[in-house]
Design a binder for this molecule. Structure first.
Ligand code: ADP
Ligand code: MG
Length: 485
């Protein structure tokens, strides 16, 4: 029996807005800081007063070029801005400066990870430069809507995908990749909760095996990557049920209720030509030379996929370890710092993904707030490699004390003060062994009779007596020798 799920295929295209974290707005010198007191970052230009003129921010253009280069897009040497006219209280000028017929970047792709462990390329339609609107606040005053114009004129890039995705999970991965990329490029903080990264999801369904596109629905105001995935999943079910009942899916804009996990109708789709686009007369065409592109190219950081590849191939990390480290730029930077100081690349990864990450998670802080410099961790790795310290003592006793003191005490001093140096003196270890053997005469007999697993019991005893400091390798060897006697 075929189910509705086998019969249909979803078609998904995403429009992502990324707020560029330039010093100043797109067309004037106003600063923008998220969370600043309302309407404090607005000059007459942001307010669109008569007689004011926009002046393009070159930094914003460079940021858009960075994204274009990161996505292997075509960069257009001559483009211009357009006006998109509409009336809304949070748009003081009555139009948005955007790009319409000729985007700064077209084509290119975002590579995503797929569930089967492979990758898939999601083609881009375009990347355009535009300005943000102000913000309407509907939930503060019971009788009125409030307007905060701080955000008006903040530069944005809009990244428009081709409708190449077919699963909610692919949309999720696509956003993970975009967020990682803008963060590595340092052009946007990628925070969906604060609205610096926003996503509209376009969803339609069609019979499997057909290629024509059906009417799509656009879901707006999605405030987390997980909610984008959930909204699409729900929308696919809703449209499938409609198709099965022989109903027509209407082209409309929908919202998403995260509590119910459902999309809901907001408004019928407005027509494109309602906006009366025309070329922005106050800004000359944007001209980018090969030299300009080259200047941006040299600023490009190594991107996560390239880093991942290098960590696996050059440093022998597992795919998993590499993925965890490159997931955030801060941890990748920390790792690169660390491996300048130690050649034990695997141990460096284990430290970052083990004790360090646990500490950060427990304290809900990120790598950028981690106060222990990489040279401390490198020194611990050296001590462990030299058998002066066991990994368990290092991670369970030394590291917690190190973070407690915020790295104020050097490793050598701390190890001495806490008396952690591993015992590798044969005679001392042998004393512990003899004590352990004397405590369990029957177990010794059982061991001799073939129950070799009992070695663990004796190891445990010796470790207890030595306060965890007996060199485990040596103890293991000496114990086996003593028990065989
Ligand atoms: P609109 O004119 O409605 O803005 P666009 O052609 O500009 O539509 O596409 C906007 C987004 O919708 C793009 O990301 C595109 O991939 C996606 N899209 C277009 N057609 C469909 C469809 N039939 N189903 C799903 N997504 C679609
Ligand atoms: Mg569109």
């Amino acid at each position: 029996m075929t189910t509705a799920n086998d019969k249909y295929e979803a078609v998904i295209g995403l429009e992502v807005h990324a707020q560029l974290n330039t010093q100043t707005k797109a067309f004037c010198g106003d600063a923008y800081v998220y969370g600043a007191a309302p309407n404090t970052q607005v000059s007459p230009i942001s307010l669109g007063h008569p007689g004011t003129l926009p002046k393009p921010n070159i930094e914003a253009l460079k940021f858009a070029l960075k994204m274009g280069l990161a996505c292997n897009s075509k960069i257009h040497k001559r483009t211009h801005y357009s006006r998109k006219n509409y009336f809304y209280a949070d748009l003081p000028k009555g139009y948005q400066i955007t790009q319409y017929t000729n985007p700064i970047c077209t084509e290119g792709a975002i590579i995503i990870n797929t569930a089967d462990g492979g990758t898939k390329s999601i083609r881009l339609d375009k990347i355009i430069l535009e300005e943000d609107s102000g913000k309407s606040i509907h939930d503060l005053d019971p009788f009125s809507s409030l307007i905060d114009l701080n955000r008006a004129g903040v530069p944005l890039i809009e990244i428009v995908s081709e409708p190449d995705m077919h699963l909610p999970e692919e949309a999720y991965q696509y956003l993970i990749e975009i967020r990682k990329t803008v963060r590595y490029l340092g052009i946007c903080d990628g925070n969906m909760e604060e609205g610096s990264l926003r996503c509209d999801a376009n969803v339609s369904i069609r019979l499997k095996g057909t290629t024509a596109f059906n009417t799509k629905v656009e879901i707006k105001n999605l405030n987390s990557i997980r909610n984008v995935q959930r909204a699409i999943a729900h929308e696919i079910i809703r449209q499938t049920n409609m198709m099965e009942k022989g109903e027509r899916v209407l082209g409309e804009t929908r919202g998403f209720d995260p509590v119910k996990g459902e999309t809901f109708a907001m408004r019928a789709k407005e027509l494109v030509n309602d906006y009366r686009y025309f070329p922005e007369p106050d800004i000359p065409p944007v001209v980018v030379t090969e030299e300009d592109i080259q200047k941006v190219r040299v600023l490009m950081p190594e991107l996560p996929r390239a880093l991942h590849h290098r960590f696996v191939n050059e440093f022998g990390l597992s795919d998993y370890d590499a993925a965890v480290i490159v997931a955030e730029k801060e941890s990748a930077d920390y790792y690169q710092e660390l491996i300048k100081l130690t050649q034990n690349y695997k141990a460096a990864a284990n430290w970052l993904n083990g004790p360090v990450r646990s500490f950060l998670n427990e304290n809900a802080i990120g790598f950028d707030d981690f106060e222990i410099k990489a040279d401390f961790i490198a020194e611990i790795i050296k001590l462990v490699d030299a058998n002066k310290l066991s990994f368990s003592v290092a991670s369970q006793k030394l590291f917690p004390e190190l973070v407690k003191r915020k790295g104020a005490t050097g490793i050598q001093d701390l190890v001495k003060e806490l008396n952690l140096i591993q015992e590798d003196d044969d005679s001392i270890i042998l004393t512990y062994i003899q004590e352990a053997i004397a405590a369990y005469p029957e177990k010794v007999l059982e061991y001799k009779a073939g129950k070799k697993g009992l070695l663990g019991l004796f190891m445990g005893e010796v470790m207890k007596k030595s306060g965890g400091k007996a060199d485990p390798k040596k103890t293991n060897r000496l114990l086996a020798e003593e028990l065989e006697k």
